[in-house]
Design a protein around this ligand. Structure first.
Ligand SMILES: *Cc1c(COP(=O)(O)O)cnc(C)c1O
Length: 460
């Protein structure tokens, strides 16, 4: 294994503290065993999310000092617009404060009740925003995406047969657009191939349906294309991105991921009528079109981050560090989702805690144990986060996959800290029978993972 050595050195440090097991036990109890409610300064390695957690470069911080905070026509906006046009190629650039606002603006403008929006897999905010318009969010990823052991290079691909069947079933007039999420976050950060995107484009052209990208991790996706897809080894990631976005009509973006900033997002698109409607809505809910809910300095940091994220030494470290964690775990027999995706390693909690029945929330129990014993915070995925209810009985339907996501913030943790994470999980795996199940004691009607509360079950 080639060691993914850091392509940067550290200029500013943020101390993190070690807590005791007793403190963490108390915090868990107070938070209802929900790690979203544990104070972040009581976490040693925080792998809750890779969103908004990136470390900015000296170049980005320098840009922050060049913020032009004019209400209208800030020079940072023009720089930002020029960078987005040069990478993504879309004429109309609409800044938003984060990704879900881009989704909200787009869907509230073009999605009407009763419509259907296909995607490979909708991310939770994307699904919630589609459903908020009383439309249906369809997940049409290839079936292998649901098999945690199936090692395909592009497990995020759209299933074209399913997509065409869906178009024929609902009719093209009820599909305002199709989305492709790159990389496929909810499916494990798995990439989508250029070939699949090209074919999706061709199919949608036949039906005259626009194609949009949920582009949060576009640079990571493009790096995988370079690594894995025949014909791209010699193409720069930047050129790969240009080709990829050229197959689409627009994108929504959370710059909190591959924008390498702590806050920010945007919409890029070519349809000027849509852009005008979106901008009118933007003015109502976010702000003037040249700042869109952000400060001038944020726009500057985002413009610089979008350039930096395409640096190939950065991407090779980034993807390499995530893969390194996956390989350490896999070599020790810890069940993970394979292949390892771009931004996170997913523990297969069903296999890890095979002694716990699904009704006892094995993934949540595993995330709790990892925090209690090692101060590491990951996040439960699937049952609590996306779990559906049986409308008749009101009972939680427990899906196939039970995962704990360990999302790796960009440029934040050293490889030594990542090694600590791997060694902790391997130790926990050796004593997995001691981990107890949970019972849910409170849940909210929407996005319940943020507020759910649990109780620990006694040993049977
Ligand atoms: C994070 C994310 C979003 C939402 O972006 P926010 O900035 O968190 O609002 C949408 N889609 C995907 C795939 C994401 O990862």
């Amino acid at each position: 294994m080639k060691f993914p050595s850091e392509p940067f050195k550290i200029k500013v440090v943020e101390p993190i503290k070690h807590t005791t097991r007793e403190e963490r036990e108390r915090l868990l109890c107070e938070s209802g065993y929900n790690l979203f409610h544990v104070p972040a300064d009581s976490v040693y390695v925080d792998l809750l999310t890779d969103s908004g957690t990136s470390a900015m470069s000296d170049n980005q911080w320098a840009g922050m000092m060049l913020g032009d905070e004019s209400y209208a026509g800030s020079k940072n906006f023009f720089h930002f617009e020029q960078v987005v046009r040069s990478i993504f190629g879309y004429r109309c650039v609409i800044p938003t404060h984060q990704g879900r606002m881009a989704e909200n603006l787009l869907f509230s403008t073009v999605v009407k009740p009763g419509m259907v929006v296909p995607n490979n897999i909708h991310f939770d905010t994307t699904r919630a925003n589609v459903e908020h318009q009383r439309a249906e969010a369809l997940d049409l990823v290839i079936k292998e995406a649901y098999d945690p052991q199936c090692e395909l290079p592009f497990k995020g691909n759209m299933d074209l047969a399913k997509l065409e069947a869906a178009i024929n079933r609902v009719g093209r007039e009820r599909i305002p657009l199709v989305l492709i999420t790159i990389t496929n976050n909810s499916g494990g950060g798995q990439p989508v191939s250029m070939d699949n995107i090209r074919q999706t484009r061709a199919l949608l052209t036949r039906y005259r349906i626009p194609l949009f990208f949920d582009a949060c991790r576009f640079a990571e996706n493009c790096y995988f294309i370079k690594e894995r897809e025949p014909g791209y080894a010699e193409t720069s990631v930047r050129d790969i991105a240009r080709e990829l976005f050229n197959y689409g009509d627009g994108c929504t973006m959370s710059a909190k991921k591959d924008g390498l900033v702590n806050i920010g997002g945007f919409l890029g698109l070519n349809n000027e009528q849509w852009a005008q409607d979106l901008t009118n809505m933007l003015i109502l809910v976010e702000g003037f079109p040249t700042y869109g809910g952000l400060a001038g300095r944020d726009l500057e940091a985002m413009a610089r981050g979008l350039e930096e994220v395409l640096h190939e030494d950065y991407l090779s470290f980034r993807i390499g560090q995530v893969r390194y964690l996956g390989e350490l775990l896999d070599a020790a027999g810890v069940p993970i989702v394979k292949p390892v995706g771009g931004h996170a390693v997913y523990l297969n909690a069903k296999a890890f805690l095979s002694h716990l029945p699904p009704a006892e929330f094995p993934a949540q129990a595993l995330a709790v144990a990892l925090y209690r014993d090692y101060g590491i915070r990951g996040v439960e995925m699937v049952t609590v986060m996306f779990g559906k209810k049986d409308p008749a009985s009101g009972r939680t339907i427990h899906p196939e996959l039970e995962l704990v996501r360990l999302a790796i913030p960009r440029r934040v943790y050293t490889n030594m800290q990542i090694t600590y994470v791997a060694e902790s999980i391997i130790e926990l795996y050796r004593q997995r029978e001691t981990i107890r199940g949970l019972r849910m004691t409170y849940e909210a009607p929407v996005l319940r993972h943020f507020t759910a509360r649990f109780e620990e079950l006694r040993k049977s």
